[in-house]
Design a protein around this ligand. Structure first.
Ligand code: PMP
Length: 424
């Protein structure tokens, strides 16, 4: 069956035809392609096409798809069984890797997704502080957690539902939403309600509304305010963790949160999440403390094998300069073409992450991001896809680079992307 037929069949028995909304191409139109297999930086579709992939499974595939070492690690683990429901030594290896690499991570608990990680971190912060209110920022996405689906990013924006139905007002009421990069509103909020706030949760580099760069000193000030008011600072590093540096955004910035949420890369392509942080907070988790959190498949041996191999490779290779220079190449090609053609384009970049906004203003918050042209983005996306380059199927997502993007493929992709821009 080709993608069109598969999608038609899926729509009959899977809501919207997909198991996660952004896959439906709602932001760019057309039928989503179905992937048959993926190797390195290439995706092969059920329609017999080969695409250069800059979505990389939305971040996990930092070494490219189907990496031989990760695959071997999974196969070795598979010999011993798929799930035990008891502790296993691989969990210790994973915990040691995370605590040795992530600055705030004195202790860590594994989960199965980013959503579970942010949900659990928020509950832990509430249990620890004995306070109920939390602060988030408009456009930040933290998974589909009830109290965090308020002015959320990612698919929630793409499909026009930043505030999901099904969230009781009584939950949403406890979530204070602030504009990112606005120091005054942050200070006002802390002055008025600081002693009632359990946690501030944020993506230190918001990457679910396109990419937004934090203004100078903004996060430093946030760190100081949280310490002053006894508020737990949670960095959601599901995207930035092990991507912006071997210790995530916190290591890159030199700002240590109290807790952080992890996912994507730490699973090596299998479904894994984790949250980690200061011992005095983490010890409040059940069974050592009174904040309940659990998972039948948490610490799964196959997932631990894949994730640990990925982290060991990151430690060995320290690939961050190389990843950044690959992103630099694409970003400068895009900026050059936009300038030449007189297109108002913003291409913010943080290490190997970048995004493309059709916007004449620098995008420093959600409101400005929303003023970008989604029409032009959809045209650009579809031109790229026609040319064999797959970028994020929404104007409000980022592009992911992998080590498997060789010079040859980067040059080919740049040519297609520049051609797409010039044709607009
Ligand atoms: N936090 C961030 C920053 C994310 O980007 C995502 C997913 N894209 C999540 C949390 C949720 O992770 P998951 O989809 O694994 O539940």
């Amino acid at each position: 069956m080709n993608s069109e037929n598969l999608f038609g069949e899926c729509k009959k028995i899977i809501p919207g035809g997909v198991n996660s909304p952004v896959r439906a191409f709602g932001g760019v139109g057309g039928t989503p392609f179905f992937t048959r297999r993926a190797d390195g930086c290439l995706i092969k579709t059920e329609d017999g096409k080969t695409l250069i992939d800059f979505v990389c499974s939305w971040g996990p595939a930092i070494f490219g798809h189907n990496n031989a070492r990760i695959k071997n690690a999974i196969m070795n683990a598979l010999e011993n069984g798929t799930s035990f429901g008891t502790p296993c030594a691989r969990e210790l290896e994973m915990a040691r890797l995370i605590t040795s690499m992530v600055p705030c991570a004195e202790m860590v608990r594994m989960t199965n997704s980013g959503t579970e990680s942010t949900m659990s971190a928020v509950r832990l912060a509430r249990g620890f502080t004995k306070r109920d209110k939390i602060v988030k920022f408009s456009g930040c996405y933290h998974g589909h957690v009830d109290s965090l689906l308020v002015m959320a990013g990612s698919g929630a924006i793409t499909f026009g539902t930043p505030n999901s139905a099904g969230i009781p007002n009584d939950f949403a009421r406890l979530t204070i939403v602030l504009p990112f990069n606005d120091l005054q509103s942050l200070e006002n909020c802390f002055k008025a309600q600081g002693s009632e706030i359990a946690a501030v949760i944020l993506e230190p580099f918001p990457a679910n509304v396109g990419l937004i760069l934090p203004k100078k000193n903004y996060l430093e000030k946030l760190r100081m305010l949280c310490s002053e008011y006894g508020v737990v600072l949670i960095f959601d590093e599901v995207i930035t963790g092990f991507r912006l540096s071997s210790g995530g955004a916190q290591k890159l910035l030199g700002i240590t949160p109290d807790l952080c949420a992890l996912g994507k890369i730490i699973g090596g392509g299998l479904p894994v999440g984790a949250f980690a942080g200061k011992r005095e907070i983490m010890e409040h988790l059940s069974p050592s403390g009174d904040v309940y959190q659990a998972g039948t498949l948490s610490g799964n041996p196959l997932a631990m094998a894949a994730g640990a191999e990925a982290l060991k490779m990151l430690k060995e290779l320290n690939p961050y300069a190389e990843l950044k220079s690959k992103a630099d190449f694409i970003v400068s090609a895009l900026k050059g073409a936009a300038k030449e053609k007189g297109i108002a384009l913003q291409v913010p970049q943080a290490e190997s992450l970048y995004s493309v906004f059709f916007n004449d203003e620098e995008v420093s918050n959600y409101d400005i991001a929303m003023r970008s042209s989604t029409k032009l983005y959809a045209k650009f996306f579809n031109k790229c896809l026609e040319g064999g380059v797959y970028i994020a199927p929404s104007a409000f997502e980022v592009s992911f680079m992998s080590l498997a993007h060789s010079k040859e493929y980067l040059e080919r992709a740049a040519e297609v992307m520049v051609g797409a821009l010039k044709s607009l």
